[in-house]
Design a protein around this ligand. Structure first.
Ligand code: DOR
Ligand code: ZN
Length: 343
């Protein structure tokens, strides 16, 4: 196959930050995706509709001329979120979901939720208003091994949430384990999941074998090969519960290559190409369009896109760095070859 034409995809999990980094990274997303769910973990977090609308304006200003791209805004759920903010969000034309970060789970999650039971009234309101809850599914207990944090979250908090709020629409974000895949598969239609390119392409050896490679460090952390295989099987199964969410999470190179580096892989520079690589390896390129362009829109009850993108089967080398001298960002697969290229 020499070319691959797909309905224009959407990214259902994206970090674009703000200020100079926003300007450096957004064009990469806008050239391939029609829409993206924008994560609210800024400093300070985006907790109100008013803040989300201001952030949306900032994003709109960073879209290069000639590109059409729609940011779909989310609010950061905290124990202090008033019920009235959920009602406001339900009425807003631009807010599509709330994001639940367990406190301390990842980048800028200090304002997250320490005790999930304490936010049950908020979850009840989300269920009532039919607003999706997007979950970073990891427990944060210090005595829980980092490789077990997702599985334990699924067994405890997530099971409690889905039992108590059976009608709540949930996206379990960036799946990394076979147990999470099994949970989503066994749940009702209202439970879906995103999968990142790095979790389809790599296991934890990429991060830790033969030297520490900080650009493969993200959260939830890469797991062992058996889990990667379960994720590939889910993504390429044609099951509409699994869809594309890059979790592209840019950090300055200097903040990744240091004694205590930040979590996050920047993948927006080649997102659809990275997924094409993973689907081709699984001999499932015919399943890419559903995963990338249909199932997420269906879950969010938005129209599918009508325009297309085309990828050419031509090898190219990923640059070592993106951004300018003030904002150098090392991309996933820096300096390596990719076999598909966006036309
Ligand atoms: O690796 C990650 N980076 N995981 C997250 O959940 C957050 C993200 C970020 O914002 O940097
Ligand atoms: Zn994320």
């Amino acid at each position: 196959m020499k070319t691959l034409t797909l309905t224009r995809p959407d990214d259902w999990h994206l970090h674009v930050r703000n200020n100079a980094i926003l300007k450096a990274v957004l064009p990469h997303t806008a050239k391939q995706f029609a829409r993206a769910i924008i994560m609210p973990n800024l400093k300070p977090p985006v907790t109100t509709v008013e803040q989300a609308l201001a952030y949306r304006e900032e994003i709109l200003h960073a879209i290069p001329n000639g590109e059409s791209f729609t940011p779909l805004m989310t609010l950061y759920l905290t124990a202090a979120t008033p019920l009235s903010e959920i009602k406001k969000a339900a009425e807003s034309a631009h807010v599509y979901a709330f994001k639940l970060y367990p406190a301390g789970a990842t980048t800028n999650s200090d304002a997250g939720v320490a005790d999930i039971k304490a936010i049950y009234p908020l979850l009840a309101e989300l269920e009532k208003q039919d607003i999706p809850l997007l979950i970073h599914g990891e427990v944060t207990r210090e005595d829980c091994d980092i490789f077990d944090r997702e599985r334990e979250f699924v067994d405890t908090s997530l099971t409690q949430i889905t039992t108590n709020f059976p009608g709540l629409r949930i996206v379990l974000e960036h799946l990394t384990t076979s147990e999470a895949v099994d949970f989503v598969q066994a749940s009702g239609k209202n439970i879906a999941a995103t999968i990142t390119p790095q979790h389809l392409l790599y296991n934890r050896n990429a991060l830790l074998a033969g030297g520490i490679r900080p650009h493969y460090y993200c959260l939830p952390i890469l797991k062992r090969e058996r889990h990667r295989l379960a994720l590939v099987a889910a993504a390429t199964s044609g099951n509409p519960k699994f869809f594309l969410g890059t979790d592209s999470a840019p950090h300055l190179t200097s903040l990744k290559e240091t004694t205590c580096g930040c979590a996050g892989c920047f993948s927006a520079h080649a997102a659809i190409e990275l997924y094409a690589e993973a689907f081709e390896q699984a001999d499932a390129l015919d399943k890419l369009e559903g995963f990338a362009s249909f199932y997420g829109a269906d879950f969010y009850r938005l129209p599918r896109n009508t325009s297309t993108i085309t990828l050419n089967r031509t090898s190219w080398t990923v640059p070592l760095s993106y951004g300018d001298s003030e904002t150098p960002i090392t991309p996933l697969k820096a300096g390596e070859e990719l076999s598909w290229k966006l036309q």
